[in-house]
Design a protein around this ligand. Sequence first.
Ligand code: KG4
Ligand code: ZN
Length: 335
Amino acid sequence: MKDIIILGVETSCDETAAALVKNGREVLANVVNSQVAIHEQFGGVVPEVASRKHIENIAVVVDAAFRQAGLAYPAIDAVAVTTAPGLIGALLVGLSFAKAFAYGLQRPLIAVNHLQSHIYANFLEHEGIGFPAICLVVSGGHTSLLRMLGPRDYTVIGSTKDDAAGEAFDKVARFLGLGYPGGPAVEKAARQGTPGRYALPRVFLDRHDYQFSFSGLKTATMNLWRKVQLQGGSPADIAAEFQAALVEVLVDKTIRAAEDYGMQTILIAGGVAANQELRRQLGRAAAKAGYRLCCPSLPLCADNAAMVAGQAYHDFLQGHFAGLDLNAQPSGFSL
Ligand code: KG4
Ligand code: ZN
């Protein structure tokens, strides 16, 4: 069969990304332009600033991907783009660009869901993932457990009732004065601290279901910090205990779901999957219980377009193409 090369475009948040992927697996180019340094001064992503930066960067990033792969534009068979969920102004930049590019080259356009592409990052890197599987999706906007029967066949068995894991990391980081982006900042501070020096709640740990709640943990962390700060304490021990509490609940519920559903494999996906403590604890628990754990490599946990182009390959094979009237959705068809 002829090789299929897909251009992926991703602008759902604060990374402008383009990638070229062959046959859904072979990454020929993967370019990410991060706006972290720009949003850092505001302590979080400013949506309008993100859109404006995407407009400036998108053509440069796409060109860089073609240069990295040593390919000319006509070498591609389709253009794939993230259309939901995300910041609407940011999504529209990538979508408009992708439409124009597909139209100009007379190639099909493929719409990709951001969360599904985060999950697909596992399939770019790992061979022979066994099914059924449990997938823990932990991103800035979502926290869910999925029961998967195939790479694109899944049902959501539990989600957060309030804050997503990444959102809790970001808010706690900001409150503790650790900076932005919050997840890596809390992880770094936690390395200098000791979990257990203070006690924070493991919310829903005793409930035998797959629901999560991180808003109470976030508030308890903030209240604790107010007290400790007055006593001249450092945020490191609090960051360590917050991370330990959050990770314990994620690991416990994931393993429980794998046991309940008789799974072979555990996958993790999304930005928080880059957290070393989560990877270590889940790795330990999965090994003990006899499950294979697959984690994307760190660059593929963060937003990128390789996962977009990879995911789109399967839509290409099935002829799932979008019309040029395709629109973006801030929270559409989320998991
Ligand atoms: O998955 P993602 O791109 O977000 C959405 O698609 O919604 O990931 C961004 C989130 C942010 O909340 C960020 O703080 C978190 O992932 N994150 C981390 C780490 N790296 C990124 N959280 C914990 N530890 C990390 N090392
Ligand atoms: Zn993401």
